[in-house]
Each structure stands twice: as C-alpha cells, then as structure tokens.
Write a protein that binds this ligand. Sequence first.
Ligand SMILES: Nc1ncnc2c1ncn2[C@@H]1O[C@H](COP(=O)(O)OP(=O)(O)OP(=O)(O)O)[C@@H](O)[C@H]1O
Ligand SMILES: [Mg+2]
Length: 379
Amino acid sequence: MQVRRIELFQFRNYQALELAFERMLNIFVGENAQGKTNLLEAVYLLALGRSYRTTSDGDLINWDAAFARVRGETEREAGGTRIEVLLRREGPKEIKVGGENLRRHSDLLGNLNAVVFSPDDLQLVKGSPALRRRFLDIEIAQVSPAYRHHFTRYQRVLRQRNNLLRAISQGFARREALPDWDEQLIADGSRIIAKRAETVRRLSRWSREMQARISGGREELELVYRPFFAAPSEMPQAEWEDPQAVAERFRKELEALRRDELARGTTLAGPQRDDIAFIVAGVDLRYFGSQGQQRTAVLATKLSELEFIRDEAGEYPILLLDDVMSELDDTRRERFLGTVSGRINTFITTTNVRSFPDEILKEASLYTIRAGTVTPVGA
Ligand SMILES: Nc1ncnc2c1ncn2[C@@H]1O[C@H](COP(=O)(O)OP(=O)(O)OP(=O)(O)O)[C@@H](O)[C@H]1O
Ligand SMILES: [Mg+2]
C-alpha cells in the first residue's frame, strides 16, 4: 500500500498543505514543535479514522477553525482510492472513501493499513497490559471485520453487565438476570481470545527472526499470549485458538468468580484482562529486560506487525516512524531501516537528518518542516 498524495486543511498547525509522494521512503526533518508529528497523525487519520495520540478528534482541528479536513490518494495492488476525513467542532465526523460517505466509520479500516512507531511505543514491553492489548486489537481490527464486530459488541455487553452487577450488589436488580449476560459475554469474548491467541502465535514466529536480525543473531524473542484464565506458567495451548474450548474455560472462570463479582460489582473475567509477555532466553523482558533489549523487542514487534498485516491483507501496510530513529544506536537503526527500505511505504520524522546512513538518504525524498509548512529538499 502507498499514499500518493495528501491534503491537509486546518489540521492542527497546518493551514493548507498539499503534498505528492513519489518515493517509497519519505523523511521529514524539522525542529521541535514545527508539525512533524502532526503530519504523521494526518496520514494515520486516513488509515484508521482517528489519531494515535488523542482520543479527542477536536484536538486535531486548528485552534482558530471550526473544522479540519484531511484528504489522501492511496494506492493498492487492486487500484487507487481517495479517502477523506472531515472533523467538525460541532457535529459528527465524516469519512468518505472513493467519494462515498461511510455510514459505519469502521468500514474505513482495510482501505489503507498503517503501522505506527512513536516514542510512546517504547512502553509496549514494560508499560501496562492495556497498552499491549490495544496494540493487538488495533492490529487485528485493521485486517479482520469479524474481530471488529465481536470487539465492539463485547465492549457493549461488558458495560451493561457491569451495570447489572452493580445494580445487583446494591439490591436494585435480581441475580437471575445474570446468566443471559454471561452467555453474551462468553460468545464474543471467546472469539476475541481465540483470534488474539492465533495472532500472537503468528507474530511470535516473525518476532523471533526480527529480534535475531536486529540483535545480530544474539537473541530470539518470543511473544507469549496470556489470556485472563491462564496461570502465569501455562504455555500457550492450541486450544486457546478454538472459540469453543475457550468458551468452556471462560464459563468456568465466571462461575468461580461469581461471588467476587457480585461483591465488587464488576466483571472480573474476560479478554479485558489479557496480557502478552515478551520473552528472551526464558526471561520476561517486562521485569528483567535491559533497556536495549526492551527497545529491540519493540522494534522486532513492529516489524512483525508489518509481516502479519501483509499476510492478512496481501500487501504491506504503510509505516509511520515518529522520531524513533534517534532513540536507537547506529547498528540497530541501520538494520531496522535496511529491513523496511524499498519494500514498505515509509514516513519518517526526525530532528536530525545526520542520524541516517547515506544509502538510506539516497533513496529517500527529503522534506523540511517549519511552522506548518513543508518544503521538499533539493527538488
Ligand atoms: N489543534 C491545533 N491547532 C493549532 N496548533 C496545534 C494544534 N495542536 C497542536 N498544535 C501545535 O502544533 C505544533 C507542532 O506539533 P507537533 O507535535 O507536530 O510537533 P513536532 O514537530 O512533532 O515536534 P517534536 O519534535 O517536539 O515532536 C505544536 O507547537 C503544537 O502546539
Ligand atoms: Mg513530534
């Protein structure tokens, strides 16, 4: 997949911007606070219909404006598409693909797949489990409409079941209402878990190879899925990829936790409690990894994400690298860039262009960004 053109209007600190991309690799150089991240955010918006750094669309609209618009032309093997996202301060967001208004915004996904790597992602290994679940969910949702469906419905059922548990614990509702909700929770929850289990197994295959490549063959990374019902020592089971087998364990857990759930008025079982572990040589990097190992693991995981999406969608996604190259040492940076260059439509921001090797710069289009204007270098 490729982004051919992008047009920003009143988006963050951009008044009006039009850019056409000719090469696979695009590097944006600028000082702090000039609009580098904002530009990647706009590209990401075309892919996922939202930002990767805020949940509030209003933040994306220029402070002095009532709306923002991002348009793009993308290219897939199947052909090109136009995507447009319109954000209003008052009123709903509009998303168009090929000129057609999308009734369900989630239908945008799959038109343009994207993997982003920003400094926040360095928390992936040692941050909270919620970060790791989010990483997995965004990745799967991009390529699986079925996952999106189960995921959305699960969130709703979970909310309603929590309300019910609270009402029961306060004496406003009867326990007899619970089993119906249990079954709905299990139905969608077990499909989410089965798909996550499969995905992590496949990611792990690639991440092993990627970690070895980036660490110069010294390390192998294993990603291990930890569904909520598994003991910490339990290794991944083929059964976890079978929704029916998962449903049975889910049901058992709910039974075992019933009293606690009623006492606390909240759901204690389910994929909202899953986690992923990053293991190198039998050691959990979250607790025992050096900073360098954790960083390499995040890189390897990002590279695996690219392979996973290609496997599912038949093409590589685009890759957005927000200021992460300076966080890596020379060797790791070169190995990483060497892996993606030429094959993947990549957008990189940096404050320091000298951190890129000449071979990479030779094949890149270079731009400078200053106060919301983008200028091609040496065009
Ligand atoms: N909605 C908005 N309207 C106008 N300006 C905004 C809006 N949101 C953010 N900005 C401004 O845009 C500027 C550029 O932000 P951006 O995050 O893109 O910087 P950057 O070039 O990535 O900098 P850094 O190198 O520090 O990461 C910031 O000064 C920010 O205050
Ligand atoms: Mg930035």
